[in-house]
Ligand binder design. Structure first.
Ligand code: GUN
Length: 334
């Protein structure tokens, strides 16, 4: 087998792999017969494999533009613009940057943001009172409580106080329960962004072996649930691995789709990955030589059929999905 690897951007990926890409509804498409060369798990490769570099930055830009158009159309027809309340308690520098980016993205999409910057010594009662007020406001469709909170505050009590219909982070136990029961609800932004990337690059997981590394409440666990639920971009046989998994390398090698969310810089190397696997790297690790993912990109990309880079892969999708959830909440409250 002569394997030639070609680096493709999102735009190019629409050729060999992605008829579903660029805003088209997959459900509306006729049966897809991929032309050769074809990449993907289990692909019957006769001469050449194209490695797809999954461009989360461009995909996020596309989603934000779609949302902007949707909001603009509704507003010009006389509807109130969507509104997102953004609460930041304290002065954590990283959280300040995240919150600023979220507010900027809202503005670009035509979503109003209502910023609440509270001092680090804010009491639990004051924070709960603010959440109760926002729950009752008609112009607020979504409430985002930036985490982590200062140590004296209970994140779980505050998240529980947010109206589930306004819980654009998908952290409320009702929304987590809805996800596990496959009922409509808000889905945590990062795992929702991962599934959206698979959808837009037409990389169906149905019938495939998916391995998720990391069992966090906001990425690993909801991602495993999304991959297991019925649908073309679900219906996977899912293994959820964590720090007590005995032979992590063997689990990784068994994966058609490998999702990395453990926060260990370059821990997963090429020898731990099956030839032709799809690698979705959720890790964002700060090292002396810059940002990197949980995958050793250099060696893993040599074996992958498709891979997300870090930065520029899953990361930009999180904000795009936050905006999408806000627009969904707004539509639900029409
Ligand atoms: N802190 C880090 N990531 C997130 C996120 O996705 N949502 C909230 N609310 N806080 C965070």
């Amino acid at each position: 087998m002569n394997v030639q690897r070609i680096m493709l951007g999102a735009q190019d990926a629409a050729g060999p792999m992605g008829q579903g890409y660029r805003g088209l509804e997959l459900a509306a498409l006729p049966e897809y017969t991929p032309p050769l060369p074809r990449a993907g798990p289990g692909a019957n490769v006769s001469h050449e494999v194209a490695m797809i570099l999954i461009d989360g930055k461009q995909t996020a830009r596309d989603i934000r533009a779609e949302l902007k158009a949707q909001v603009e159309a509704a507003v010009s027809a006389g509807r109130r613009a969507p509104g997102l309340a953004v609460i930041l308690v304290g002065e954590d520098p990283a959280s300040q940057v995240y919150v600023r980016n979220k507010e900027r993205a809202c503005a670009e999409a035509g979503i109003l943001s209502f910023p609440y910057r509270l001092p680090a010594d804010t009491t639990q009662e004051a924070l709960l009172a603010l959440i109760a007020e926002l729950n009752g406001r008609d112009d607020v469709d979504g409430i985002l409580l930036q985490l982590p909170l200062p140590k004296h505050l209970s994140a779980s009590a505050c998240l529980l106080a947010i109206d589930p219909a306004k819980d654009v982070d998908g952290f409320h136990p009702e929304n987590v329960g809805r996800l596990s029961l496959n009922l409509p609800g808000m889905v945590s932004c990062t795992p929702a962004g991962v599934i959206e990337l698979l959808r837009r690059y037409n990389l169906p997981t149905r019938g495939k072996k998916a391995v998720v590394l990391g069992r966090s409440d906001i990425v690993g666990k909801p991602l495993a649930l999304l991959l297991a639920r019925p649908g073309e971009f679900g219906d996977a046989t899912v293994t959820l691995c964590h720090s007590r998994t005995p032979d992590l390398a063997a689990e990784c090698r068994s994966a058609d789709f490998l999702f990395l969310a453990i926060g260990r810089p370059r821990m997963i190397t090429g020898d731990m990955v099956r030839e032709g696997a799809v690698i979705i790297d959720v890790g964002i690790n700060r090292t002396d030589d810059g940002l990197c993912g949980d995958a050793d990109f250099e060696s893993v990309s040599k074996k992958a059929a498709a891979i997300t880079p870090v930065p520029g892969g899953v990361g930009p999708m999180t904000i795009a999905m936050l905006l999408k959830n806000t627009v969904q909440a707004w539509e639900g409250r029409a």
